[in-house]
Design a protein around this ligand. Structure first.
Ligand SMILES: [Zn+2]
Length: 511
């Protein structure tokens, strides 16, 4: 019997929007909209994920299937937001590395990263963490890093690990099988003292957020190309990083990564084949399209009037206030249009702790006048005055056992109050920046989005698994905000000198 392998897992999981005005500090790790505890240590890290569909859930399943001992060290994940403070990296990263040192030796390491983490000190925080992990375990111990499809993959991340394994789907519904892939690779590396040959190719291009859904063209073609490569003899792994447009970092953009049994030449050839084909399609892969808020609301009202009553809502996807990508969650561009255009069957969330406090003081059944939203910064509209009855106050916690983006299960919207306004919209005022990825968010408050004419979901792709099944139609709205689809509205300083579409004459040169 071979000795049972001991494999550690740790992760500092964050998607950093360097244009967002709310920095990610130690306080941000006191609460997370996507999990009960933002920082999980030891057994807690295990228990919080075992019944989810996250990467860690996949590690746990694989440890049973492949019979290795999975040692959960620490997992820190909070909602996407602005740049991570130095204190966070020093404190949480420091604790993670100390655990790795103290609880070792290990036969392998599974880094559970999101892949777009930016700290004050390290624009490539994921790569820096990998570098420090490597420093501790040395080159004899295989290290794999699982990543969200929105990772901005750096050369350092590729160099300091033995395998990168990235989700292949957006909406993200394959965290578990990809975690199994990562475990298969690490276990084989540990048992056979083998390492795959790896190559990272980064064509200087950004995939536009409107084009991020992997089920639709043109992004589907890139994933199809990856599948073609993965089916070739000798190829033992491979991933696409879609990139995360709102991180001002050198590696911002598309990444094509291939692992071969033993040939760097073959890995490089395959990665370049995918990259060349994506590059040829760069115009189609970046197109900020979609109606303005005013056009979208007008269209939705027209469609709602024409559709059968029981055919589900028109769902407006608020691209500029994509909470799952780090925005404030309190944008009012759509809400203001709803009031202006007289939408009276309208349901949405707005994060506004001040308004929640007013409702708490007034109590259920009272009528209040509140200024709602638009309070975080100047990017997300101005407050909208609503007068209405408070119908519900809740602790904001809800659970979704169905298919949820990235497999999250336990959510926490913070103290929540619902107002049915005289102006028309029904608004759930929430306290944390929890995304609209689950219909349970409204069911738990006693409201059925199914029964409204128009529902707003803040995000582009992450709300789709929840809302597509009930929507009469989904409309992606080109709203302004910290996650605007239009890259030219941001001032990039650290990206590559020549990056499409910021430089429309960018060239992809490789030897
Ligand atoms: Zn993602």
């Amino acid at each position: 019997m071979p000795k049972k392998l001991r494999i550690a897992t740790l992760g500092i999981h964050h998607e950093t929007n360097t244009f967002a005005s709310n920095p990610t500090t130690m306080d941000s790790f006191k609460v997370s909209g996507m999990q009960t505890y933002a920082v999980q240590r030891g057994q807690q890290y295990y228990d919080m994920h075992e019944r989810s569909s996250t990467s860690m859930a996949g590690f746990i399943q694989a440890s049973k299937r492949l019979d290795f001992e999975l040692v959960p060290l620490i997992f820190a994940a909070t909602d996407p937001a602005g740049t991570i403070s130095k204190e966070v990296f020093d404190t949480l990263g420091g604790e993670a590395l100390e655990m790795l040192r103290d609880q070792g030796p290990f036969d392998g390491v599974l880094l559970n990263q999101m892949g777009a983490a930016v700290s004050e000190e390290y624009p490539d925080m994921d790569g820096e963490l990998a570098r420090r992990v490597r420093e501790i375990v040395g080159t004899d111990v295989p290290v794999a890093m699982t990543l969200d499809l929105h990772a901005n993959v750096s050369q350092q991340m590729a160099d300091e690990t033995d395998a990168l394994v990235i989700y292949k789907t957006n909406p993200h519904t394959d965290a578990v099988p990809r975690a199994h892939d990562a475990c298969d690779l690490v276990v084989r590396m540990a048992r056979e003292n083998w390492r795959p040959a790896k190559w990272l190719e980064q064509p200087p291009m950004v995939v536009g957020i409107f084009q991020h859904d992997t089920r639709d063209m043109p992004m589907k073609a890139v994933i199809d190309d990856l599948e073609t490569v993965l089916a070739q003899p000798g190829i033992v792994g491979g991933s696409i990083g879609e990139g995360y447009p709102w991180s001002d970092v050198y590696e911002n953009g598309l990444a094509c990564y291939v692992l071969h049994e033993d040939s760097i030449k073959e890995a490089k050839k395959a990665a370049r084949w995918i990259a060349d084909r994506a590059w040829a399609n760069r115009k189609e892969l970046y197109e900020p399209v979609g109606p303005t808020p005013s056009e979208a609301v007008e269209y939705a009202l027209k469609q709602a009037a024409a559709k059968p009553d029981d055919s589900g809502p028109i769902v407006l996807l608020d691209v500029g206030d994509n909470i799952g990508a780090g925005s404030s969650g309190d944008s009012t561009f759509l809400l203001a249009e709803a009031v202006k255009q007289g939408a009276n069957s309208w349901l949405q969330t707005v994060r506004d702790t001040e308004a929640v406090d007013t409702c708490l003081r007034a109590g259920i059944g009272s009528t209040v006048t509140v200024e709602v939203g638009g309070k975080t910064d100047s990017l997300h509209g101005t407050p909208v005055e609503l007068t209405g009855r408070i119908t519900r106050i809740s602790d904001g916690r809800f659970e979704d056992t169905g298919t949820v983006h990235a497999g999250w299960r336990f959510f926490d919207g913070g103290t929540t109050a619902v107002i049915e306004s005289e102006e028309g919209p029904t608004v759930a005022l929430v306290s944390t920046r929890v995304g609209n990825m689950s219909r349970e968010q409204f069911y738990s408050l006693g409201y059925r989005p199914d029964d409204f004419d128009i529902v707003v979901a803040k995000g582009v792709v992450s709300p789709r698994p929840a809302y597509q099944p009930i929507a009469h139609e989904m409309v992606t709205v080109n709203t302004p905000g910290a996650t605007s689809a239009d890259m030219s509205t941001f001032d990039y300083k650290r990206v590559r000198d020549s990056l499409y579409p910021l430089d429309i004459n960018a060239e992809f040169e490789h030897g």
